[in-house]
Design a protein around this ligand. Structure first.
Ligand SMILES: Nc1nc2c(c(=O)[nH]1)N[C@H]1C(S)=C(S)[C@@H](COP(=O)(O)OP(=O)(O)OC[C@H]3O[C@@H](n4cnc5c(=O)[nH]c(N)nc54)[C@H](O)[C@@H]3O)O[C@H]1N2
Ligand SMILES: Nc1nc2c(c(=O)[nH]1)N[C@H]1C(S)=C(S)[C@@H](COP(=O)(O)OP(=O)(O)OC[C@H]3O[C@@H](n4cnc5c(=O)[nH]c(N)nc54)[C@H](O)[C@@H]3O)O[C@H]1N2
Ligand code: SF4
Ligand SMILES: [Mo]
Length: 680
């Protein structure tokens, strides 16, 4: 195959590797072997030449002088940051001889991987890595930190991660952005919605923070955090009461509509208004608008699910389109995740058969407890594609775990992250532009390929390559641990159970760069629910000990702490990625705490004041942004800032709870409570 590496200068196709639904097609401009410009691929049907500012400035990160160049081993105390250079040969030997000893003395479950989607390439995040840890017999990680509660909740209603093709949203006439900061986190959905708006669509945003997305809306509805299920039930109440439901659709495509009709009688607008803070007349207006406008589209975000009741909240919202029958029109229905459509052959890619016997599992949201309390203990952790010291909840507990002298920690990353500071061994990672991998979006319907455009930076290596080296040094002889990237892409695409990928080949992907899945309309066949229909009443939930009908469950109290704290993502970082790149930090300026003017005045806080935010888990220092962007009793921060001199003490996860959500072991980042005071 043609290699882009041979040409020192030119324009080359690529794909954005970040954990973002848009998964843009990119064009990399290379001069003398170095990337000098990054732009959106004008031929990619969703990207259409436009990309976000973060990635237009990705060059600053790829060539950041702080990037790791060679393997390092720790020389000082954990967390102190003293390391010395060692060779790849030595480092692979050090890791594997330590692991062999641990396995002999304590068994293979004393070793645990910790990873997420710092790079969405499937070979490096759920390919060679999984094969290796399966063969090793390591403790397994449950990947719960992002969308899990909502994924499970949505699945109860719809049978899986199936919405509609976002390209069809240009036909929508009502678009509800529900708990999604799309201007920052899904910009091409905003572009498509703008097109719909030109054709007369109205845009409603339901959020706890009037951020960039709220300001872009035709109608912004502020809501008390964690109460969205009540609002959705209130809408259902009005829809049924006013005859705005689609009876033939309910008959043909759903189960449980009679039970639901009865059930929502108690969620009258005044009851719901008292819970949600949304005025009675707005609940009625929203429900009527939803019942009378078609096609209607609900883009369900990740915000509402990062609560203790997050699974049920998404389960509830996802019932709404079935009441109006919105699913039958182009541009009607909902999108939470479309991840299930492009499902590749994950068995072939991950090879769970290499695991000799089932090993224990650790919920990644409980990392602190896992490191401090698990018995028998985790004695070694291998971190890649993730920065748990910053992104995981209850950060002080995580840090305490990372400080354990007897924990042998390896971190593979592009940078000396906050987590890497606690490592015994740090390995330099290539950027996605240096690798071969394949990508599939969880929002649009395209599969894409990355072929290396630039040479590996200094001594850095890809995840796949490092796991091949580790396997060899461990003496694992399985062919699966020696496969090439090309072999693995072929294995993943060969998935007879998924007709959406039918006919998609490695050759075609390599030639065309992106291919659209053959997606059929959602309701043209049986759904993957128990009944095959949309389940407004779910027997599966009943069996799992959950209320079978959509239900509002209040968030738990946390003593008498006065504020609900919502530490959401920001515009210029991607989780903690970019929080260490000067350009992106400058664009984002500083970590703020948005609070209501009424609360601020009670506490004697003025806009721009330094404030202390704390609870029994930890403390942060942020800058107050006072106004009407959040409701009284709510405070919102944006971005996973490092605890750097620039960010100050801005590690917001020091405050977040490590309780798990009602479904899927999901995270509860947005359900914590705090006190706030002016910095004295
Ligand atoms: N720029 C940028 N883009 C990103 C990311 C990033 O960090 N920065 N992260 C990426 C990742 S991994 C993900 S998962 C997605 C996440 O992107 P989104 O789906 O947009 O989710 P969040 O940004 O977590 O939260 C969305 C909104 O929910 C609001 N919210 C919080 N609690 C509630 C609630 O109870 N009810 C309602 N109605 N709203 C609530 C927040 O104020 C926020 O505006 O974005 C991806 N894209
Ligand atoms: N308070 C709060 N906490 C949150 C969230 C929130 O909204 N609020 N959001 C949560 C969500 S939705 C998510 S998805 C998680 C995300 O958590 P993480 O997945 O940990 O995300 P990042 O912070 O972006 O860290 C990714 C790391 O992977 C590294 N990396 C990138 N490419 C590669 C590669 O090819 N190989 C290797 N070895 N490393 C690579 C990057 O340099 C970076 O350090 O954070 C969660 N944490
Ligand atoms: S972060 Fe998202 S919007 Fe930005 S280039 Fe990547 S996929 Fe596109
Ligand atoms: Mo995420």
């Amino acid at each position: 195959m043609h290699s882009y590496l041979k040409e020192r200068t030119g324009v080359f196709p690529s794909v954005c590797s970040l954990d973002c639904p848009d998964q843009c097609g990119l064009l990399l401009h290379k001069v003398d072997g170095k990337i000098v410009k990054i732009e959106g691929d004008p031929n990619h049907p969703v990207t259409r030449g436009a990309i976000c500012n973060k990635v237009r400035n990705m060059g600053e990160r790829i060539y950041d002088p702080k990037r790791l160049r060679y393997p390092l081993k720790r020389t000082g105390r954990k967390g102190e940051g003293s390391f010395e250079r060692i060779s790849w040969e030595e480092v692979i030997g050090t890791i594997t001889s330590r692991w062999k000893r641990l396995i002999a003395e304590h068994g293979s479950e004393s070793i645990m991987p910790y990873s997420f989607y710092g790079n969405m390439g499937r070979l490096g995040t759920e390919g060679m890595d999984r094969r290796f840890f399966h063969r090793l017999g390591a403790t397994r990680l449950d990947y719960t930190i992002c969308q899990m509660a909502g994924e499970v909740g949505y699945r109860y209603t719809m049978g899986g991660g199936y919405g509609f093709d976002p390209e069809d949203s240009v036909h929508s006439k009502l678009i509800i952005m529900w708990g999604i900061n799309a201007v920052s986190t899904n910009m091409h959905q905003v572009v498509l919605a703008e097109q719909a708006r030109k054709n007369g669509a109205k845009i409603v945003v339901i959020d706890v923070h009037n951020n960039r997305t709220g300001r872009w809306a035709d109608w912004f509805i502020p809501i008390v955090p964690g109460t969205d299920a009540a609002l959705a039930l209130g809408m259902m109440h009005v829809l049924f009461a006013e005859g705005l439901v689609n009876e033939p659709f309910l008959q043909q495509y759903t189960v449980g509509h009679e039970e639901l009709r009865e059930h929502v009688r108690s969620y009258d607008p005044s009851t719901v208004s008292a819970i949600t803070g949304v005025p009675v007349e707005d609940i009625i207006r929203l429900a009527r608008m939803y019942g009378e406008t078609g096609p209607s589209f609900i883009r369900i975000g990740n915000g509402p699910q990062h609560h203790d009741n997050g699974g049920m909240c998404i389960r509830t919202i996802s019932c709404l389109p079935a009441l109006t029958g919105a699913w039958l029109c182009k541009g009607g229905g909902a999108i939470k995740s479309n991840g299930a459509y492009l499902e590749h052959n994950s068995k072939a890619l991950q090879r769970p058969d290499l695991l000799e016997r089932p090993t224990r599992r650790v919920n990644m949201n409980l990392l602190g407890s896992a490191l401090l309390e698990l018995d028998p203990p985790i004695r070694s952790m291998y971190v890649y594609n993730s920065n748990p010291a910053v992104v995981a909840p209850h950060a002080n507990k995580v840090r305490q775990g990372l400080e354990r002298e007897d924990l042998f920690t390896v971190v593979h990353d592009l940078f000396m992250t906050e987590t890497a500071l606690y490592a015994d061994i740090v390995l330099p990672a290539t950027s996605s532009f240096e690798n071969t991998d394949f990508y599939r979006s969880y929002w649009h319907h395209y599969v894409q390929i990355q072929q290396p455009v630039i040479e590996p930076y200094e001594e850095s290596k890809s995840n796949v390559e490092v796991f091949r080296l580790l396997a060899e040094a461990m003496g694992f002889e399985d062919q699966a641990l020696r496969d090439t990237e090309e072999d693995m892409i072929r294995q993943a695409l060969d998935h007879p159970n998924n007709p959406v990928l039918e006919g998609m080949t490695y050759e075609e992907l390599a030639e065309k760069q992106f291919l659209k899945g053959k997606v059929r309309p959602l309701l043209s066949g049986r759904l993957k629910t128990l009944s095959g229909k949309i389940e407004l009443y779910s027997k599966t939930m009943e069996r799992n000990g959950l209320p079978p009908l959509p239900t509002y469950v209040p968030l738990p109290e946390e003593g008498d702490l006065p504020f609900l704290f919502v530490p959401a993502p920001n515009h210029n970082f991607l989780n903690s990625t970019f929080s260490n790149n000067d350009k992106h930090v400058r664009m984002e300026k500083k970590p703020l705490l948005h609070m209501n003017a009424r609360d601020a005045s009670t506490l004697g806080i003025a806009d721009g004041d330094a404030v202390r935010v704390w609870n029994e888990r930890g403390e942060c220092q942020l800058t107050a942004a006072v106004g009407e962007d959040v409701l009284p009793g709510v405070v919102v921060s944006q971005g996973l800032w490092a605890d750097s001199p620039v960010g100050g003490k801005a590690l917001v996860n020091a405050l977040t709870p490590d309780r798990v959500a009602d479904m899927g072991g999901g995270a509860t980042f947005f359900s914590g409570r705090v006190r706030v005071a002016k910095q004295g």
